[in-house]
Design a protein around this ligand. Structure first.
Ligand code: 4AD
Ligand code: MG
Length: 462
């Protein structure tokens, strides 16, 4: 008999028909006359209740049905008497696929802490919380592709292995096949990378942007959506060593177009999740964060505030608020500063622009003042920076001068500079940290809880 997914079992026309469901047991309770099994198959947050008439089933048959065991049940779908559920199944046939020994299956009692579940990341998708988070994550990924496809952007796959450091932060994971215990050396004692796999040093990418710019200056508008890697030793609730980034890049856009795109994009994704993952968002709101849905709707329905870094610094300086990190023009903003602007001062998402060039990457378009660049960061409540982007420096000489000032090896950048040598155009783009968006939409508070298998310093399990 064909299986029906539990997400589809609630269709009113199925009432009164025979159905087949398969899934994992959440709970079993009851007495010697009747027993109830809550079954979940991952397709929805909702369990289906299965009623076993103990005149038809023996205690022996029921005993292996413990939390975590996997089953197939065939029976009649009927309207439910119990409150909260609309339908239940009267079991006719039972097949047990696999047992889950109560002595050793870790997801026993209700209400495990998120910390405990992080240690069980291989099984935590079977909990309500992680089922909801992972379905919302999928819904947001789908919304991202849908948004860009509807606007005529092309999905560009940029390399994960690269020899250039886009953000210039030096926080790259090296990729090598050299024997670390027996490194080949050149005559002057340095590592001989000509013997390495690529014939030169290589790393995992920190961003697909530079190659994204090659795509945008050919296809007009592209986006990337893939994993990026940062070897920074940041043990915070908002940093991962491996995270997914979405990077649109558009020829002929300036910073204002870029801000408009970022705001439309993020609102579209949140709205899409509100409409298409409502059950899961409601579940998480109920469990963890009562203001979640209100906060999501607020962001969708209000304009983001736009102001310059210089104006932002002035507000922070005049606030009289005691910050852990000092505030002065030229300082890189810390999460506490960003969140003060968003949560205390404006009470709205903020787009901060025109940062000092010293604290931003080499590729950003230089302003007339000689001090600032056309950067834009989108700052969100509870999150801080969710998007970072800029208009790009399209002038060959200015870009070359900046590359030299920063001591970036020019010979590695020839291909990037060619976009400015041949048919250069104004263009702009940004990067959205996908897990930070998932954090915001799920209301979770630790980024380790919104990616299936988090990688952080000293943690590479599973
Ligand atoms: O601000 P970032 O470093 O910008 C770039 O990489 C640009 N190349 C993007 C572009 O213009 N195409 O990173 C972009 C976003 C941040 O705003 C943040 O949301 C996220 O990526 N991010 C991280 N997310 C999780 N863990 C980390 N370690 C992150 N570092 C950055
Ligand atoms: Mg940034």
């Amino acid at each position: 008999m064909k299986r029906t997914k539990i997400s589809e079992i609630w269709a009113p026309e199925l009432i009164g028909t025979d159905v087949c469901v398969k899934g994992w047991v959440r709970t079993r309770r009851g007495n010697k006359h009747v027993q109830f099994v809550a079954l979940n198959d991952g397709s929805t947050i909702k369990n289906i209740q299965i009623v076993f008439d103990m005149a038809k089933f023996s205690d022996e048959e029921m005993k292996p049905i413990t939390t975590g065991a996997s089953l197939c049940v065939i029976g009649k779908l009927v309207e439910s008497q119990g409150k909260g559920q609309t339908a239940e199944i009267q079991a006719e046939k039972l097949e047990i696929y696999g047992l889950a020994d109560p002595e050793t299956y870790p997801l026993q009692k209700k209400g495990h802490t998120l910390e405990f579940l992080r240690e069980k990341a291989h099984l935590r998708p079977r909990t309500n919380t992680f089922g909801a988070v992972l379905r919302i994550r999928h819904t947001l990924a789908f919304a991202i592709h849908k948004f860009f496809n509807e606007r005529g952007f092309f999905y560009l796959n940029t390399p994960l292995i690269t020899s250039s450091d886009c953000e210039g932060a030096g926080a790259m994971f090296q990729v090598t096949t050299l024997d670390l215990n027996n490194l080949p050396k050149t005559e002057d004692g340095k590592i001989d990378y000509t013997q390495d796999f690529f014939g030169k040093p290589a790393s995992l990418t920190v961003s697909g942007q530079l190659e994204g710019e090659l795509g945008a200056t050919a296809l007009g508008a592209i986006y990337t959506f893939g994993p990026t890697f940062r070897a920074e030793n940041s043990n915070t609730p908002r940093h991962l060593s491996e995270f997914w980034m979405v990077e649109p890049e558009v020829a002929f856009n300036d910073i204002n177009d870029n801000m408009e795109l970022a705001e439309d994009f993020i609102k579209y994704c949140i709205n899409y999740a509100l409409e298409n993952a409502a059950d899961d968002i409601e579940f998480l709101a109920k469990m963890y964060d009562e203001e979640l849905i209100e906060r999501l709707k607020f962001v969708v329905n209000n304009d983001f505030v736009r102001l310059t870094y210089t104006e932002g610094i002035k507000i922070l300086e005049e606030s009289g608020h005691k910050f852990e990190f000092p505030v002065f023009w030229g300082a890189d903003l810390q999460s506490e500063h960003e969140r003060f602007l968003v949560e205390e001062h404006f009470k709205k998402p903020v787009i901060l622009t025109d940062y000092p060039k010293e604290i931003k990457a080499f590729y950003m378009k230089q302003n007339e003042d000689g001090k600032t660049v056309r950067a834009m960061d989108v700052l969100f409540p509870k999150i801080g920076e969710i998007i970072g982007g800029s208009e790009r420096e399209e002038n060959y000489e200015k870009l070359e001068t900046r590359i030299n000032e920063l001591g970036i090896p020019m010979k590695d950048m020839w291909w990037y500079l060619d976009t400015r040598r041949f048919g250069t155009v104004p263009h702009a783009g940004f990067g959205l940290g996908f897990e930070r968006l998932v954090l915001f939409v799920t209301g979770m508070t630790n980024i380790r809880d919104v990616i299936p298998f988090p990688r952080t310093p000293n943690n590479c399990e599973f």
